[in-house]
Design a protein. Structure first.
Lengths: 427, 427
């Protein structure tokens, strides 16, 4: 490492660490705020965003110009782009978070012991939450709102493509917090856009209580594989729909079509359709036509190809790929056992569906398939915090610790035990 | 790396990975077992241990002899030692686990959605649990019992000092499982006693759902700092007792004495006593005499030393040390704020106590102190699964994700969402 690199490295370390420490101090104050104070702050933040729309759009223009100069794709530029309307909708989202119930400070459990001790398990904020994400400015506001609502401090590290926008958002929101009961230091935006700032966050044990990655697979994998700070893994979804022999044909086709084409770019959309051979023989041809009509490229196993010869042959790699696109694997099986084995091998434990009129098979599928969400006769597209009635979502956990599936506000809390005695000692 | 090292390294990888994969296959079967089948298996395991006492003691003798030859301390040898009585008590512990309620398969929450979807959140096993621990053979049995009871498979990696004992325990318990509904592969003992087998476990993302370290600080730190598999951090406790100005003097002294000397070697014992200056002036001398009488070495700040001149001066390092021994730091403060600041700086977020008759101070302490367990007028020694009424304990979590404080059987479960529809698709 040369001197300049060493200096840069030193500066990186100090920005991330310094901001995490400021967040830690703020977190202690955050934990004792009243719900009303937090809600009022969210409304003030919403107002500030709308009032500063012009300067936000200006900062955003820098990012867009830089992106264009770097040859960024139009679809990514669109995700990055802010205009008055989008800013208004981001501000509205803040107001919705303010209206949600506060999950902290609840007595979750009370235990009375024979020795007279009364033990209360109470929900409390997690502390300092790190969010590592890509170039969507709305995530900056959204993640901040959810973390602050739950009494946490947050350290945000967004993608370099949105750096100017995120810096300006941080200025506006921290400025707004100055006029509230919340410490502005509860909201930290990392400005170092180099890889090393992420690397450093991943190892900040003791300063960050959890890191939540939001973004594509490579971002998530990098966080999961390198973090020693506790992580909530979110996202990747290779989701299956299994149509059983007894399925209602109309229902099955509507569910399969919806799971694939209603919004193929998201994690809860279907990547592989598994059909019982009896169903396939009678209905696959018609279903395939509907999928082809909607522009879906089909890849099948041998038995599917026999029925839909225009499909390509599906490879093992295809079965493990989250396409997030108008592409679908089709596999024909001789029953639930073979379907379950395929899902166990290729699924990412996100969302899996069985369409069947056979209750025994439904129960078996729902019990035996190991996934965050298992469906009987409904589209996997419902795996979503808002669709579950949570009002907001910080992500969809595909791991088993702490939270699994769509994560609403309670996923951003921990608990502590409060023990009330009158002099009890251990004999 | 020479050939031999490479070969050893290759073998290591294959033992750990192969056993984790066998455990994964067994985990799928474990998840659908009935509570009665799991309980029956625990009783069979208990019988087998008693029936094989002679061969267990023989294997244990190898470990003891090797330990003696290596100059292992008598106290460690005592922890390692098995005799008929200890085996009987380990077998009894298995029977107690069989009697506990099964926390899996419970509907934790039901959500009815306007579109007719019914969403159930159900408790399920975590999957495959890795346990990394030291040389106590009872942990091998105990951890296995708790994991199997909750429908999990377990990969146990105990210390090399207990290797012969653990191998024999595994043979006996796996042999017992052959006669039950449980797959013997749900119980795996790693025989490679080299450091590299632990290193490999820590990176087995996708094969292990969680790793729980049990042991001393260096073992826990190694796991936390190097694991990319989700970890539940357990253990380290630098616990404080703060005696407020208004404290009942007799109660305060009994609590302080109990927290220090009832069992100094455990994580929930007190390492630092913090006293309000008014209380210290009137009572510290007498309390110090009682502590000295019990053989406690005292280390104090300047104000404590003025009242107890025979104490040594406490360093910053002392305040951060988990002595697990008859040593106590004493600090005198001007009030709750100074006490809380000291705890925030040196505490490990394990167990903290205030002794006070002032309810306002009690509430402030219980709300503001960030720890797994916060006590009003009771000894920190109660932070323990059995004392909390959980019936068993896999450890005490000092992190905030998933579980915090004493972990009973529910800490070894995750959840999944079962969604029941009648053809719902996302509009």
């Amino acid at each position: 490492m040369n001197d300049q690199a060493a200096r840069n490295d030193g500066e990186t370390r100090s920005e991330v660490r310094a901001k995490a420490m400021l967040a830690g101090t703020a977190a202690r104050r955050m934990a004792s705020l009243a719900t009303e104070e937090k809600n009022a702050a969210l409304l003030t933040m919403a107002e500030a965003l709308k009032a500063e729309a012009v300067s936000l759009i200006e900062a955003n223009r820098d990012d867009l110009e830089r992106g264009r100069a770097n040859g960024t794709s139009e679809s990514l530029l669109d995700r990055l782009m802010l205009n008055e309307e989008r800013i208004a909708s981001i501000a509205d989202a803040l107001r919705l978070v303010a209206e949600l119930p506060d999950p902290t400070g609840k007595v979750l459990e009370t235990i009375e012991r024979p020795n007279g001790l009364r033990i209360e398990k109470v929900s409390v904020p997690l502390g300092v939450i790190g969010i590592v994400y890509e170039a969507r400015p709305n995530v900056t506001v959204d993640a901040a709102a959810l973390c602050l609502k739950t009494g946490n401090a947050v350290v945000l590290r967004g993608g370099s493509a949105a750096l100017s926008t995120n810096k300006r958002i941080a200025e506006v929101l921290r400025g707004a917090l100055e006029r509230t009961a919340l410490p502005p230091d509860a909201l930290q935006v990392i400005e170092d856009a180099s890889r090393s700032s992420v690397d450093e966050m991943l190892k900040l044990n003791g300063l960050l209580d959890v890191i939540i990655p939001r973004g594509g697979r490579s971002l998530i994998d990098n966080v999961v594989r390198n973090a020693t700070v506790p992580v909530i893994e979110t996202g990747a979804g290779v989701c299956h729909t299994y149509i059983d022999a007894s399925a209602d044909a109309v229902m099955a086709e509507e569910i399969a079509l919806n799971a694939k084409v209603q919004r193929p770019s998201v994690c809860n959309s279907m990547e592989t359709l598994i059909l019982h051979e009896d169903f396939a023989r009678q209905r696959l041809r018609a279903l395939a036509d509907r999928l082809l009509e909607r522009g879906v490229e089909l890849r099948g196993d041998e038995r599917a190809l026999a029925l839909v010869p225009e499909a390509k042959s599906a490879s093992e790699e295809d079965y493990g790929t989250e396409y997030n696109d108008y592409i679908l694997n089709i596999k024909v099986v001789n029953g639930l056992g073979e379907a379950a084995a395929h899902i166990a091998k290729f699924g990412t434990k996100h969302s899996e569906c069985i369409v069947t009129e056979d209750d025994e098979n439904a129960v078996r599928f729902l019990n035996e398939i190991d996934a965050a969400a298992v469906y009987h006769n409904a589209s996997t597209r419902f795996t979503d915090g808002c669709e579950f009635g949570f009002g907001a979502e910080i992500g969809i956990s595909t791991q088993k610790l702490h939270a699994r599936g769509p994560m609403g506000l309670p996923a951003l809390t921990s608990s502590k035990y409060r023990i009330y005695g009158n002099g009890q000692v251990r004999p």
